[in-house]
Structures are given as C-alpha cells and as structure tokens.
Design a protein around this ligand. Structure first.
Ligand code: PLP
Length: 381
C-alpha cells in the first residue's frame, strides 16, 4: 500500500460494524466477552484489547484504528497519546536518561525536561555534536527537532544519530514539522520519532493528540502498558476526529508544503522591496546544505519564520493580513501567523512564525504583499 491508500485502508482490519465511517464511541467501558474470560495475570500480551476493548484508558476502538494507520504510515510501531507533550513525557519516562541533549525547538519539550531536572536531577546539555561526544553515555537521550520550531530550518539528522550512537545514546526526533511523505527520519538513523498529531495529522485545529513511533515491538508494548497508568491515551472523540483527518492528510500536507515553498520563494525574491520591514526569512527551502534536500525528499515543511525590524511591526503585521489569522499553533488548513513572543519565552522578540494552509497561494501572496507594503510605507515616513 502507498501512503494515500494506507490513510484510507490501513485500519480496515479493525472494522467492527458495516458503517463506512467508523462510529464515534463515547463508551469508557465495554461488556466482557463471556466466552473468553482470562484473568489479567494470565495474559501474556495485551494486544487482545484491540479486538475486545475493556476500558477506554487502556484502548478504545478508534484509538486502535488510529494506531493502525499511524503504524503503517510511520513505518514502525505507533503509540498514540492525548497530546504531543504527553508523548514526549512518556518517551522521557520510558528511557529515563541521566542526560538529555536538547536545543532549539518546541518550548514545551524543554519545560518537561525542566520538570525532570527539578524532581530527578536530569542533566541537560546543549544539543551540539562536541557536547554529545564529550558527555553522552549509554542510555542518554539526544533530542532533535528537524525542521525546527519556529524557523522551519533543518539540521543534519544523521550527524546527530552517529554521534549519539557512538556513545550508546539514543536519538529521538520531533518530526512534527515534516511528517511523511516529506521526511522519513528512519533513513537517517533515529531511534524514536515523535509527532504532535495536533498539527498536520489532525490538520483542522480541532483536536489534540501525539504519537511516538519506534521499531522495537517490546518498547512499543512497554509504552502502551505505561500509558495505561500515566492515563494519557488519546480521548474517544479526539480519536474519531483524528481518524477523519487522516483520510485526507496526504492531499493537505502536499498542498501546504507547495504553498509554503511558493510563498517563501516569493518573499525571498522580493525582500529588497521591504528594506525597512523584513529582516530575515528562515525556511529549509532557503538552506544550501546538501543534506536538506536529501532529508526533505517529499517537499519542504509548511512552516517558516520571518523577523521584522521592530516589535511594533510584529504587533501590526498580523492585523494587516486578511486571510492569515493571528493565532498560535500550526498545521491546520487555515493559514496562521503568530508573533511568537506571545507564547515562547525563549524566542527572539521580532519573530513572526507563519503556518501556511490550503488557501489559494495567489491569495496568500497578495495578502502578504499588501501588509508588507503598508508597513514599508509607514516605515519610510
Ligand atoms: C505543538 C508541538 C508540540 C506539542 O504538541 P501538543 O500536541 O500541543 O502537545 C511538540 N513539538 C512540536 C514541534 C510542536 O509543534
């Protein structure tokens, strides 16, 4: 099966009723099968819950379906969570490293690491090859995000994988900004792939979910078992919404990737028209290193960033746009911009993050040029 078919059919094996669209299940508990009463202590593996759900914190029909599809498209064992950060927390809890190498990226992941540092003295190190080679030990975790929030630029995944593995450490990648078919991080030696499914897999700004993908079945089984007690399985209604979203994911991500690349290309070509407004533009499509195109073999990510000349311009710019709405988050069909300082405590104060949606790219370019022209004229006067 190829990706578009997997999105529609990888969960056919989980059909329970004849409905074409899987029903919303709001049940938290399910009747036992009286012909199959086996005590929990005598169970060797818990995958039976996929066919015979017990209690929705363990698994429920649509969480099982979502895992079937995500396992198929992420080419591994996918474990679904109630949010991207719940997935990150589960990853840290499972591997329980003494040291974590972490750099620029989604600020929430760093805040979880801070909880670990506060409670269990997790050592945090900068995400640098030299630092890994000098300090990493067996069982440590190196965490990279590529393309990285909020810039949308890429780093060389394989160089981090090689450095981590040379010390017996693991490489975890947050690949939220480039889901398949844009990037397949397994090709570059990662051990765990994380996605905030709230973003592109969800795609409609109406659900929270996260996923970890691993190659090792035993690790997946341990993660699923821990998830029961962490209480972080995806919720019933969210799983239904995510299932609906996944059906059209391939079309959405391709359109969003193409649109973002066109908008960035346009801005880079016209940057000299706005000398008093745009400072810099950041996106993988503007990087010249050879690994970038190799990693993003299916297209560039739909998020990029621009820095403006002043904070004041950052406040005005979103108000001047007609179609791009001023809100946090990304990945939805609606284009968004965000003055990132509003939610990210660590970021440059003049940065605007742009999440490109599925609107006509010509309208989006016009929207941007109009707002930039107004700011340019203001700045000249
Ligand atoms: C949004 C996001 C997260 C966190 O995901 P939630 O689903 O909001 O918990 C993690 N990493 C990246 C790159 C994100 O964009």
């Amino acid at each position: 099966m190829s990706l578009p078919t997997e999105l529609v059919h990888a969960d056919d094996k989980d059909n329970r009723v004849s409905d074409i669209v899987s029903p919303i299940n709001v049940a938290t508990t399910f009747r036992y099968d009286e012909s199959d009463l086996i005590p929990w202590s005598e169970r060797e593996d818990f995958s039976f819950m996929e066919k015979k759900p017990i209690y929705s914190r363990l698994a429920h029909p649509n969480s099982t379906r979502v895992e079937s599809i995500l396992s198929s498209i992420l080419k591994g064992e996918a474990v679904i969570y109630s949010s991207g950060l719940a997935a990150y927390f589960a990853m840290l809890t499972h591997y329980n490293p003494k040291r974590l190498f972490i750099g620029q990226g989604y600020h929430g992941c760093r805040s979880i690491a801070d909880i670990y540092t506060r409670n269990w003295s997790l050592e945090q190190h900068p995400l640098e090859i030299d630092e890994i080679l000098k300090h990493a030990e067996k069982g440590d975790v190196v965490h990279i995000e590529s393309p990285v929030n909020p810039y949308g630029t890429s780093s060389d995944i394989k160089s981090f994988a090689d450095a981590a593995h040379s010390k017996g450490a693991l490489l975890v990648i947050d690949s939220t900004f480039a889901p398949p078919p844009l990037q397949d991080a397994w090709e570059f030696g990662v051990d765990v792939i994380l996605h905030s499914a709230t973003k592109y897999f969800g795609g409609h700004s109406d659900l929270l979910a996260g996923v970890l993908a691993v190659k090792d079945k035993q690790v997946a089984s341990q993660l699923r078992s821990d998830r029961i007690y962490l209480g972080t399985n995806v919720a019933n209604l969210e799983a239904f919404l995510l299932l609906r979203s996944l059906r059209t994911f391939d079309m959405r991500i391709k359109t969003q990737s193409e649109n973002a690349t066109k908008l960035v290309t346009y801005l880079a070509e016209h940057i000299s028209d706005y000398p008093d407004v745009i400072d810099e533009i950041f996106h993988s499509s503007l990087q010249t290193e050879t690994f970038v195109k190799v990693q993003l073999k299916g297209g560039y990510g739909p998020v990029f960033a621009i820095t403006l000349k002043s904070k004041d311009q950052c406040k005005k710019f979103p108000q001047l746009l007609e179609y791009f709405q001023h809100a946090t988050s990304l990945g939805g069909v609606e284009s968004l911009v965000e003055w990132r300082a509003l939610t990210d405590p660590y970021i440059k104060q003049t940065l605007i993050r742009v999440s490109v949606g599925v609107e006509s790219i010509n309208d989006s370019i016009k929207d941007f040029t109009n707002a930039l022209q107004i700011l340019q004229e203001e700045a000249k006067n």
